[in-house]
Design a binder for this molecule. Structure first.
Ligand SMILES: Cc1cc2nc3c(=O)[nH]c(=O)nc-3n(C[C@H](O)[C@H](O)[C@H](O)COP(=O)(O)O)c2cc1C
Length: 191
């Protein structure tokens, strides 16, 4: 797959096939890719908790919010939850948390999502779960500060990029096709 195709394929997905869990080895490879990314001062403060147990996932999902721009939809729908969660954590023993490390988190999150998309998986970066709620829902050593959640599975929803026409709000049509408006190149390149 061309890199451009992978980028476009790597949309945020919020509905998943049940029973199609990414193998642990595959998830470990995605995280290996993330570990080869640039890192501020090369300190590599990030640690990753893989959760692929259905009961554990069910315990964590209530602290997340999916697709809040579609308040009439319950996302993910019951029975179509993500089959793998990855909690990206900052290790306080390597360094106290600093704003620069937030950039590492974004780089690594996207690298994992691209790695998953390349193998036919997909999902959503979930920023709506707070560190405090994640601490209570996921068993983690004291030194690890949960920062961001990735929800991944075998996508079942159809997500399409569309041109920005005055609103960045994503929306769905009557066939449940999910449209994501993106600003044009002419708008975002500063002349
Ligand atoms: C840092 C970050 C946090 C996000 N948090 C959430 C979230 O909590 N819930 C959700 O449904 N989507 C979340 N998203 C996904 C965005 O809504 C999504 O990227 C946006 O709608 C554009 O769709 P696209 O990813 O297909 O381009 C988040 C994305 C990013 C980058």
């Amino acid at each position: 797959m061309l890199f451009k195709e992978l980028i476009d394929k790597n949309r945020s997905h919020r509905e998943f096939a049940s029973g199609n869990t990414a193998p642990r080895e595959a998830v470990r490879e995605w995280i290996l890719n993330a570990s080869h990314c640039p890192a501020a001062m090369n300190m590599q403060t990030l640690k990753y908790k893989i959760v692929d147990d259905t009961e554990q996932i069910a315990k964590i999902l209530p602290i997340t919010r999916w697709g809040t721009s579609l308040p009439d939809k319950k996302l993910p729908p019951k029975g179509h939850e993500p089959t793998t969660l990855i909690v990206i954590c900052h290790d306080n023993t390597i360094s106290p948390m600093k704003p620069i490390f937030m950039i590492d988190i974004g780089i690594c999150a996207q690298t994992i999502m691209l790695s998953a998309a390349e193998q036919g998986f997909g999902g959503c970066i979930i920023g709506s779960a707070s560190t405090e709620d994640l601490k209570q829902s996921v068993e983690l050593p004291e030194n690890l500060q949960p920062m961001l959640l990735l929800g991944i599975g075998a996508p079942e929803d159809t997500v399409v990029l569309t041109a920005f026409e005055g609103s960045t709000k994503y929306y769905r049509d009557q066939n449940n096709v999910h449209y994501v408006p993106k600003r044009s190149l002419d708008e975002i390149i500063i002349e």
